[in-house]
Design a protein around this ligand. Sequence first.
Ligand code: CP
Ligand code: NVA
Length: 307
Amino acid sequence: MKGRDLLTLADFTKEELHNILRKSSEMKSDLKCGNYIRPYLGGKTVILLFQKPSTRTRVSFDVGVHQLGGHPLYLGWNDLQLGRGETIADTARTFDVYADGIVARVFKHTDLETMAACARAPVINALSDAAHPCQALGDCLTIWEKKGRLEEVNVAFVGDGNDNVCRSLAEAVMKFGGNMTIASPTKYQLPSSYADSLKKGASKGAALTLTEDPKAAVKNADVVYTDVWVSMGQEAENQERMATFKAYQVNSELMSHAPKDAIVMHCLPAHRGLEITDEVIDGKNSVVWDQAENRLHAQKGIMALLL
Ligand code: CP
Ligand code: NVA
């Protein structure tokens, strides 16, 4: 996998994704044993370019690059000449002469594609409007640890079906042979063209179910997952989204329709009282802090293999 970009999980085989998870798990055990620095990056510089706010992704990549013996260089979009109109292509060419890897969070997924086309250094998607692959890999590591399997695992996503986190999660779960159910209002459901591509990339036996009914979605769930109703960049749709998603809150009533041992996941940041209630996110089935932690280990696994 050395030298590859990671823009979406669609470009990776099930075996490659398994290798990333294995490496991530190795990184985690190693750290727990007190081995803080594993010099996979041997002094290499990794640029962390962010066009949108971030807590987990920014911190975990910074810490992760350091723990791999590299140098993380955080850059805010508007601090660069990008903010004054220099093109993304020329920015990527410039990064390429100084750095060995580019981690980028952008509004438009096509901007990542441009960067990847113009830089030889691997480009890693730290969230775009279309995908959040590092989140999905960290989440699969969490599901694997908590449920002991990814094959035939039932994941129910409740909320915005066309959300970047939901899209990458579905890609990963179905590639690993799990079943994905998405409960979303029809207007915000995953587009059929994307559903078709998910099915094409899935392992044999993996199913995708799209529904408007959250209760039906969680009925046989091993995992109940939600994300914000208004993603970064969608603020103008705030009022309409708030009204439409009201019936999609993950609360105790909804969880009473799920199996007792279903784990609750959220990529965070959460809007408590909107897509998820305090009692559920702070409840005994919630694994959100394991998810946040596993971002670090998964991204170290990704960087060790790609960079
Ligand atoms: N889940 C996630 O990507 O969080 P941040 O926006 O804080 O990075
Ligand atoms: N869907 C959310 C995820 C944040 C990590 C967003 O794009 O804002």
